[in-house]
Design a protein around this ligand. Structure first.
Ligand SMILES: Nc1ncnc2c1ncn2[C@@H]1O[C@H](COP(=O)(O)OP(=O)(O)OP(=O)(O)O)[C@@H](O)[C@H]1O
Ligand SMILES: [Mg+2]
Length: 298
């Protein structure tokens, strides 16, 4: 399988010692803007000479970035952070290999991957903060790392959030991807057949499709107390072979007791009913009727 993701590509070239140093940098970055070389030496227990060799290798591979001020320190690049997460997913036997890019969005990069049984899966790499990071990097170099690290944690929090929701919903026969595992800012899940509704040219029974979406929202609301909050034609996959729908993209989902839950539910369905009306030419119930049905008598 041709490997496109830099982090995955370099995995096989890294030894346990390399990983230990990379891990150490990550840990030290939680405390300061750069991981000082002398601290890396002390904490790793490796000889200074070896650490230097490893650091120059990591830097050459563009997994770290060297900084020289009143001390010499290192920060992680995006690829460095990817490598740490992918290596953990590999060690946990969740992701065996990463292949082609499937989609690149504002907030995430999606890659084809395979698991240890050679099933086709998907990894979703959260990139929250990437756009603003690039902006800041251009403007103010000295802020780079502080912002950089907080970008890692923001991406990690978003991925964890999505993972938790998918995991809580798992095994209930819902039309969502089966989540396989997660580490840091990466989630592994089943590959969903079909394409986003927005890119579908023909639906046999649009009313049936809309009904399936409404049923899903109802179960999500009434049984699991969740509102998806971004239920659009971009986040609903449609399989032309069998008319099945699968809802993806959950990091923004909220609990039904969230103060904006009803607002978000109404926003989702105002948009969806309008979309189905315009694109698929079907007349639907009023938004309020649908909302009442989704929410039930609770
Ligand atoms: N499990 C999956 N199986 C197949 N394709 C997927 C899967 N998850 C995501 N994708 C593809 O990746 C695209 C983006 O995924 P998703 O909607 O989860 O991320 P996103 O955060 O919305 O990205 P964006 O920044 O573009 O909004 C989807 O539109 C879909 O084409
Ligand atoms: Mg999306």
């Amino acid at each position: 399988m041709p490997i496109k993701l830099r982090g995955a590509k370099v995995l096989k070239d890294l030894s346990n010692m390399d990983f230990r140093v990379l891990n150490m940098i990550e840990t030290l970055l939680r405390k300061g803007e750069y991981a000082p070389v002398d601290k890396i030496v002390t904490y790793s227990g490796y000889r200074a000479k070896d650490v230097d060799l490893i650091l120059s290798k990591l830097n050459k591979m563009k997994l770290t970035r060297r900084w020289k001020g009143h001390f010499v320190g290192y920060s992680l690049t995006l690829s460095g952070f990817d490598v740490l997460a992918l290596n953990t997913l590999y060690n946990k036997k969740i992701v065996f290999g990463v292949g082609q890019t499937r989609a690149v969005g504002k907030e995430s990069d999606i890659y084809h991957a395979i698991d240890f049984e050679e099933n086709e899966i998907i990894i979703k790499i959260n990139r929250t903060g990437r756009a603003s990071f690039q902006q800041i990097k251009r403007k103010r170099d000295f802020l780079e790392n502080r912002f950089h690290y907080s970008m890692f944690s923001v991406a990690e929090i978003a991925a964890k959030r999505e993972y938790k929701i998918l995991k809580d919903l798992k095994g209930n026969n819902l039309p969502i991807p089966d989540v396989k595992g997660h580490n840091r800012h990466i989630i592994a899940m089943d590959f969903v057949e079909g394409r986003e509704l927005v890119n579908v040219q023909y639906i046999k029974k649009p009313i049936k499709t809309l009904e399936r979406i409404i049923e899903f929202a109802k179960t999500l609301y009434q049984t699991f107390n969740i509102v998806h909050a971004d239920l659009t034609e971009y986040n609903i996959m449609y399989d032309e072979e069998n008319g099945k729908i699968t809802v993806i993209d959950f990091p923004q989902a909220v609990q039904t007791d969230h103060p904006e839950a009803t607002f978000l539910l109404r926003r989702d369905f105002t948009h969806l009913l309008d979309y189905f009306g315009k694109k698929w030419g079907i007349t639907t119930d009023e938004v309020e009727t649908v909302i009442e049905y989704v929410v039930g008598n609770k």
